[in-house]
Design a protein. Structure first.
Length: 215
């Protein structure tokens, strides 16, 4: 009788053990599946965050460019207003609408040291400006502004800026037939730097001629 009870108990225990093992394996499988899905979700979240960070960087760059453009537009408006005032005072014809500006920096056109002589690069840049002028505009007024760095005295730099502006005006007149009565020159000397004069690169950018085209 005792053996029969033991045998019966063993028969009952075997399915329970087997069921327990199957349940454990099932739970482990489900856990692994859930863990895999969590990993996938975390990966997607990280990818989305990376894209958001990149988007934020692009937005920041656009904002920075917009601020620069706004600053440039404000400066251009000031330039146009001053150029128009001078044109009217000189009896020149100008309605005061700024069409565009062309800046010839020493980086691009290489004025000689303490010289107003136009280099070949400067002539090529002025040729391009004149061709654009002929294609797009008629009856415009051009103010040619000479700028220098702060090397030397203020009076010397003002004279040098004027000489460079006049050299550009003569070239436009003699080589491209732009009427003298449609142009005017002014020297700002060292008074209107666009960047710091403490570096060679900065001084090179400040040595420039700006052509302001007004309708």
């Amino acid at each position: 009788m005792r053996r029969s009870l033991i045998y019966l108990a063993a028969l009952v225990a075997v399915p329970l053990v087997m069921t327990g093992c199957a349940t454990k394996k099932y739970v482990q499988g489900e856990t692994q599946a859930v863990s895999s899905r969590v990993d996938d979700v975390e990966g997607q979240v990280e990818e989305n965050q990376t894209r958001l960070d990149q988007q934020d960087q692009r937005i920041g760059q656009v904002d920075s460019k917009a601020e620069s453009a706004s600053s440039a537009a404000s400066e251009a408006s000031k330039t146009a207003k001053e150029a128009l005032q001078r044109a009217q005072e000189a009896g020149k014809l100008a309605e005061g609408k700024l069409l565009y500006e062309e800046v010839l920096t020493d980086n691009d056109v290489k004025f000689g040291f303490e010289s107003s002589k136009l280099s070949d690069e400067a002539k090529a840049a002025i040729d391009e400006f004149a061709n654009k002028l002929k294609r797009e505009n008629k009856g415009v007024y051009i103010e040619i502004q000479g700028h220098t760095d702060n090397s030397g005295s203020e009076s010397y730099n003002e004279a040098l800026g004027l000489e460079r502006a006049e050299a550009v005006m003569r070239y436009l007149n003699q080589e491209h037939g732009v009427p003298l009565h449609r142009m005017n020159v002014i020297s700002y000397g060292e008074s209107e730097p666009i960047t710091d004069n403490s570096t060679r690169e900065g001084r090179s950018q400040n040595r420039r001629v700006t052509l302001v085209v007004l309708s």
